[in-house]
Design a protein around this ligand. Structure first.
Ligand SMILES: CCCCCC/C=C/CC(=O)SCCNC(=O)CCNC(=O)[C@H](O)C(C)(C)COP(=O)(O)OP(=O)(O)OC[C@H]1O[C@@H](n2cnc3c(N)ncnc32)[C@H](O)[C@@H]1OP(=O)(O)O
Length: 715
């Protein structure tokens, strides 16, 4: 809807009304068309201001409408008629002007923004391009290089940057609508020809071909198979080389391909999935909107290895005072130096002062007596963690939330060391913790809803995308990852090489293949866990352990001191320890040949499709088990975890969405095939939830929660 009124005698005020972000739904577009006509027909009105209600100009097209058949007035002619208006049209931008919202503002003759407003054309993040004239108007207004940057990245700019770029005409700290009305009064009756952006020539670029070639190359490299960024470059090129009307035709053509693409559907699904995970619920029925978080004024981090350092830095950057504790003095001093550097670098990037004074350093656990929440990040060893929790429970004031950053150990066992197990949850950060967006908040059977709410809110304050998950070995992310890495090792046994597997995974869209990633994280971490579980036994190379197939390849490499990048040798060879460039290693190929010979394995040719199916489908199958077990509340939770924590390509939605795109029937059929071929790998057996979904006709991913609910209620 849009509301019309006349203020200050001669200014028509159009207010977009569609909470919470005034998205341009069919009703809003109809409202704009009607109210603009009213304002233009009203002889008393000399100029018009368009604003949004409740401090938000407009969050763009209503993405929820994309799935339906389009109704209501189309955006392009609507914006065109605003630009053609004979009375000055002024956009009063508060909050956000994004996508279609900014395109609407670009159709206006003037733009006034509040200093806290954010502007941008984020369509590319939804698998689209700014197809309501944005790709044609923005380059004409701010030049091709700046427009390319904004349109291909989708980044939001502040009002100050928008002013500097020339997107807005004025920035105000006062009431935006008042400033816009004042401005509208001042421009009433002035000629408008020079204010219609579509009539501007595109600013000349000296070597256009070189610029576009360069940008296209960069986009292809970072897009990793995503088609929207490429279409965005092509659309801006049309703006730079064609007259406006022909550019608009090209924009429409490119958009038509994107709009119905699987990638756009995946990215839009992911947009809503990110928001859905914030609305967490526990199997007990406790929910985000009925659980009140405890106040957290002061936090502690115990253990200053890589993870602890990153977590403490992220907390300080979020403005929280942090007490850090590290028992070993030498490690404490080293951590202080490294963390101060991290804070300084981060502050420089953000143009703020480094929050060095937010962190205090101690080697005495007694210093945690007055904190509201502790994040334990000591070595991944259950006995050590148990000791720490016992101590924390004695030292901390009553009501302190005790969190563990374990990447997969039993949160409930730790809770049982404490006086208040209901105040124990997992906060599983991902390395580097001050950079990575994902946080798994793990609730045990005894964690209280309040504890979960507190950890979720703290995650939000730290700028993380937090997903609440149940307690099981590896939680969601690592539980699924284990099968992925294991299948990759099996493929090596059967004839593949690390390069072959990694290439397939990277071509699929992961930033790094499984073996490159393993070299980066360190092979010794998994080895230690397997040794603790008595799965890995030095000197042994048996391929069946605990009654199922096992690949000792990783263990054998570790026995040779090949821990990955840090030792300069792993699945690949590096020029020196710590180097990042992986080289194919003839030693490893020879080692694999000998290994196969020793075990009577005959290498066979393995194609890309098999690599993808063998690595991804077992993970997806495990995802179904996780849903069936109630560890994740819905497929969105798993998908958000994989996109933000494990590099799953966002334009493929996440593993569960990807399964629905591939077709559940096909996933089921391939799993059955691989299980038949490898009966000694029990997890290849298709999960009953997957079978059930196929049996009822493979409903869309958005409907799976209902099926799971029914399944649980039948148990
Ligand atoms: C050939 C066909 C031609 C068609 C041409 C049309 C093309 C148009 C291009 C577009 O405009 S695409 C949309 C571009 N806009 C965006 O990408 C903005 C998306 N939104 C945001 O980034 C944020 O929501 C925000 C606006 C910055 C606000 O952030 P905030 O943290 O304050 O709130 P959220 O929790 O994110 O959102 C609140 C609520 O609103 C829903 N929502 C937000 N934006 C949209 C939208 N554009 N359409 C529909 N719904 C939207 C969001 O899902 C939340 O809903 P919930 O139910 O409360 O979770």
């Amino acid at each position: 809807m849009a509301q019309y009124s006349r203020i200050s005698g001669s200014v028509g005020l159009i207010t977009l009304k569609n909470p919470p972000v005034n998205a341009l739904s069919a009703a809003v577009r109809q409202g704009i068309v009607d109210t603009v006509e009213k304002a233009l027909c009203d002889p008393q009105v000399k100029s018009v201001v368009i604003c949004g209600q409740d401090g938000v100009f407009c969050g763009g097209a209503d993405v929820k409408e994309f799935e339906k058949s389009m109704s209501g007035p189309p955006l392009i002619p609507m914006i065109h008629s605003i630009e053609c208006a004979t009375k000055p049209m002024v956009a009063a931008i508060e909050g956000s002007a994004l996508g279609g919202g900014l395109e609407l503002a670009l159709g206006c003759h003037y733009r006034i923004a509040h200093s806290k407003a954010r502007l941008g054309l984020p369509e590319v993040t939804l698998g689209l391009l700014p197809a309501a004239g944005g790709s044609q108007r923005l380059p004409r207004l701010i030049g091709v290089p700046a427009a390319l940057d904004l349109i291909t990245t989708g980044r939001h700019v502040t009002a100050a940057e928008a002013l500097q770029l020339g997107i807005v005409d004025q920035v105000t700290d006062h009431k935006t609508v008042d400033a816009a009305v004042k401005f509208a009064l001042s421009v009433a009756g002035k000629p408008l020809d020079a204010r219609r952006i579509s009539t501007y020539p595109c600013p000349v670029v000296t070597d256009l071909d070189a610029l576009f070639e360069d940008v296209m190359q960069k986009v292809r490299q970072s897009a990793r198979g995503a088609i929207a960024p490429i279409a965005c470059v092509q659309a801006v090129r049309a703006a730079a080389t064609l007259p406006y009307t022909r550019g608009m035709e090209r924009e429409k053509e490119l958009m038509a391909t994107l709009f119905t693409s699987g990638q756009a559907r995946a990215l839009q699904y992911n947009f809503f999935a990110q928001r859905a995970v914030g609305k967490w619920r526990m199997p007990s029925g406790a929910r985000w909107d009925t659980s009140t978080p405890r106040p957290v004024h002061k936090v502690a981090v115990i253990g200053l290895g890589t993870m602890g350092r990153g977590i403490a830095v992220a907390l300080a950057q979020a403005g929280l005072p942090v007490v850090t504790v590290e028992a070993q003095e030498k490690q404490l001093m080293e951590a202080k130096r490294v963390m101060s550097d991290m804070l300084k670098r981060g502050a420089k990037r953000r143009g703020v002062a480094p929050p060095l004074d937010k962190i205090s350093y101690s080697s005495n656990i007694q210093d945690l007596a007055d904190v509201d929440l502790v994040i334990e990040a000591v070595f991944e060893d259950m006995d050590l963690k148990k000791k720490v929790f016992l101590q924390l429970s004695a030292v901390c004031k009553p009501g302190t939330l005790l969190c563990t950053n374990t990447s997969g150990l039993d949160v409930d066992q730790l809770a049982s060391q404490t006086r208040n197990p209901e105040l124990v949850v997992g906060m599983h950060f991902f390395a580097p913790a001050h950079v990575m967006k994902l946080l798994e908040v793990v609730y045990g059977p005894r964690s209280s809803p309040q504890a979960v709410a507190t950890a979720m809110q703290l995650g939000k304050k730290m700028g993380k995308i937090s997903v609440a998950v149940g307690n099981c070995r590896g939680f969601v992310g690592n539980r699924m990852l284990k099968l992925y890495t294991e299948q990759a090792s099996f493929l090596l046994e059967e004839g593949a090489t690390p390069d072959l597997v990694d290439r397939a995974i990277e071509e699929f869209g992961f930033p790094m293949g499984v073996f490159r990633m393993s070299d980066l994280s360190g092979l010794d971490i998994g080895w230690r866990v397997r040794k603790e579980m008595k799965l890995a036994v030095p000197g042994q190379s048996a391929r069946i352990r605990e009654g199922r197939r096992y690949s000792p390849l990783g263990d054998l490499l570790c026995e040779q001191g090949r821990f990955g990048q840090k030792t300069g040798r792993g699945w690949y060879r590096y020029n020196k320890p710590g180097d990042r460039v992986a080289h194919s290693d003839p030693w490893l190929h020879h080692f694999l040949e000998e290994y196969r010979a020793q075990h009577g394995l005959v290498a066979r040719r393995i194609d890309q499709q098999e690599i993808l199916e063998r690595c991804l489908y077992p993970m997806i199958n495990e995802g179904f088990r996780i849903l069936q077990d109630g560890i994740a509340a819905g497929p969105e939770d798993i998908d958000v975890i994989y996109v933000f924590g494990y590099g799953w390509p966002r334009h493929c939605g996440g593993p569960m969405f990807y399964a629905s795109m591939v077709g559940l029937e096909k996933v089921l059929e391939r799993l059955e095939h691989y299980y038949q071929a490898h009966p000694d790998v029990p997890y290849l057996q298709p999960c009953s939830l997957l079978r059930r979904l196929v049996a009822i006709g493979s409903p869309p991913v958005q409907k799976w929660r209902e099926v799971i609910k029914n399944l649980h209620s039948q148990l």
